[in-house]
Design a protein around this ligand. Structure first.
Ligand code: ZN
Length: 190
């Protein structure tokens, strides 16, 4: 929703802040925070700021609860191992979006980008669900692959974004990949 602070000279940063990749990365950060822990509103506000929302960013307890429900639904898209399953999961989310699809620049304070929420000042939960579903939809459209996955580490619940080409990614981070590699090594070389 909300307004992205106007920058004196619109540059690359200004336009990429609303890129599909940026929106998808923000989705991952919020889904992980909201579904693998019990974040306080201040922590969610911090993540929103970190991903470009301009102050004042205020999130209430009730909004965090609703965002958590939205995050659980979004996880279903990441849990889909095949594009043919990710697409219906996204369709279910898109049906919940107030829409219609529109372009907004938040009164010229940001680059033009699409929204599916009811209006530019929609509450955080509605904005989170619709902007996330939109970003994941575009990624799926563009790659014809599931837009992301769930970390294969047994001790990690994080979701991640799929990388471009190459073999599908299995872990959320280098840290998880290394830990699992070490564990496998210990199992096979006792
Ligand atoms: Zn992980």
């Amino acid at each position: 929703m909300r307004y992205i602070a106007a920058m004196p000279s619109p540059g690359r940063e200004w336009s990429t802040r609303h890129s599909v990749q940026a929106m998808a990365h923000r989705t991952v950060a919020l889904v992980n925070a909201l579904t693998t822990g019990d974040p306080a509103p201040a922590e969610i506000a911090r993540i929103l700021r970190e991903h470009g929302e301009a102050d004042p960013v205020t999130v209430t307890d009730a909004e965090v609860r609703e965002m958590r429900a939205a995050a659980r639904t979004l996880r279903e898209v990441f849990e889909a191992a095949h594009v043919d399953r990710a697409a219906p999961a996204l369709n279910a989310l898109l049906r919940q979006a107030p829409g219609p699809l529109r372009l907004t620049s938040h009164d010229g304070t940001g680059p033009w980008h699409p929204h599916l929420d009811g209006h530019d000042d929609a509450p955080w939960p509605e904005w989170f669900l619709t902007s996330s579903a939109l970003a994941l939809t575009i990624l799926l459209w563009d790659t014809q692959r599931p837009p992301g996955g769930v970390c294969a580490s047994s001790t990690c619940q994080n979701v991640f974004l799929a990388t471009g080409g190459g073999p599908p990614r299995r872990y959320c981070s280098r840290r998880c990949a290394t830990r699992e590699r070490v564990a496998t090594h210990r199992r096979t070389h006792p």
